[in-house]
Structure formats: C-alpha cells, structure tokens
Design a protein around this ligand. Sequence first.
Ligand code: BEZ
Length: 208
Amino acid sequence: MGLRLGDIAPDFSATTTDGEITFHEWKQGSWAVLFSHPADFTPVCTTELGRTAALRGAFDERNTKAIALSVDSVDDHRGWAPDIGEVGGTALNFPIIADPERKVAELYDMIHPGEGDTSTVRSVFIIDPSNKIRLTLTYPKSVGRNFDEIIRIIDALQATDANPIATPADWKPGQRVIVSPALSTEDAKGKLSNVEEVKPYLRYADAP
Ligand code: BEZ
C-alpha cells in the first residue's frame, strides 16, 4: 500500500549534492518538500529545480526545506547544477538526492511503470516538523509543477494547524477563511473576527 496522509514519512539515508544525509535528521524541526523529477538535463525538470532555487527565501520564511530526487548519479546532479542556476536565475541552493538504486523512489512509490520507464514521476510530499506526510501530489512527466501552489499549500497547512479554520477553494493568504466545522458559531465569534454565517455549515471569518 502506498503512503497516505498522516503516515510518518519513511526515514532513509542517501547521497545528495550536499553530501550524505539521513532524511529525518536533515529536516529536524522543519517542514520539508520532498519532490522527485524524471531525469537530469531535461527541460521541464530544469525549470522546476530553477524555480525551487529562486523560491529559497519563501521556503525559509515558512521554516521549510526543499529536497529533490532523481535516479541519476550525484555526478550527473553536480554537472547539471550550473544549468539550473542559469535557467532559474539562482544558483542551486538545496540538495538533490542521487537514487540510482531506486531505494528512496521505491520507498515513496515514485516510479509508476505506466508512465514510461523506470525513472521517477513528479511526486511531491509535504512533510511537517513531526515527520507526518501532510500532502501528496503526483504530476505526469510532461507537466511541470506549480510551485506557487506548493507555497500556498504550506501557508494553508500552517494556518489551519495554528487556528480552528479550514481554507476555501482557491484561498490565498490574507483572504477570508472557513470556520472549522468542529466549532460552534458562538464559539467562533469568541476566537475569530467578522464571523459570517452563509449556511449553518459554512461560516466565514477574517484570516487570523
Ligand atoms: C522534462 O523534464 O522535460 C521531461 C522529462 C521526462 C519526460 C518528459 C519531459
């Protein structure tokens, strides 16, 4: 059975562009975005890793570390890194896992044989500081990921962890939120601002 939301993200040791790491130790106390790409020196992947490097400040603000993975060697990753910097406008500033034996890819079910070959698809795992998997996304090889959406998801997870709220469709930070169904409207009025009851089960409030 694959990994599910709420599962503990499996720990592993791996060689990366930043040296040997043990995953849980590397991310200790942080959120993490663990994401796979099909192959080095490929166009979509180059734009994705470039975008991730450019977002380093946004990840840092959210106590989040990014880490990429493919089944290529660490020498390939290091050889490719200058292209990532050139295309994304920021030098590579996060580790890329080398997984030629596909150990991590298999642990996280990142290889989908129906998607072409034995390389990884575009998997994303957002993992919280207690190592719980909080979100999974899987994109096909031909479609580059939306990294603004990944940042938005981290914002929504952190906001809903800290407050008795949920986030509506297409929510962006600063916009009105949904009162948690676990909270009565009366209790919500004591905890949140501008509570509005649209339906008994749909109450909006200002972003906390
Ligand atoms: C790419 O990154 O451009 C790519 C990699 C594998 C299959 C299709 C596209």
